[in-house]
Design a protein around this ligand. Structure first.
Ligand SMILES: [Zn+2]
Length: 130
């Protein structure tokens, strides 16, 4: 039974090639002016951030908390990090491109809600450090 659930989860979790393909699709559809593509997109056990991008070696890391997230939330983070291939900070050029993502409000609400739930589950001593 557990093995069956695990294999279903594995089937639902996009692999790194899938993540690269999704970024390619998002950039092609929403930001055709960005021609850079990531060389690697990897899942990482990140607790403080949803994703990060190093433009120098074109690598993107995505928090494994998003493995079972709805597509719009994962795509939003992928798109955000992919824009950083071209724009390093969160200036107006960056936010103009990010605003083209249709479900950005829904995705932000999901991510904020997830973080709020995580904080609510922390023991009080951990919470004081935040
Ligand atoms: Zn960013």
């Amino acid at each position: 039974m557990i093995a069956k659930i695990r294999s279903q989860e594995a089937a639902k979790t996009p692999g790194e090639a899938d993540l690269i393909a999704r970024i390619d699709q998002l950039l092609t559809e929403l930001a055709p002016e960005i021609t850079e593509r990531p060389i690697s997109v990897t899942w990482r056990p990140m607790r403080e951030r949803w994703g990060s991008c190093t433009s120098v070696d074109r690598s993107i890391r995505i928090s494994d908390r998003l493995k079972l997230a709805p597509d719009y939330a994962l795509d939003y983070v992928l798109f955000h990090e992919a824009i950083h291939l071209q724009y390093f900070d969160h200036g107006s050029e960056f936010t103009d491109v990010l605003a083209r993502f249709e479900d950005s409000e829904l995705a932000s609400a999901y991510l904020d809600g997830y973080e709020a739930a995580e904080r609510a589950m922390l023991p009080p001593l951990e919470l004081e450090k935040l």
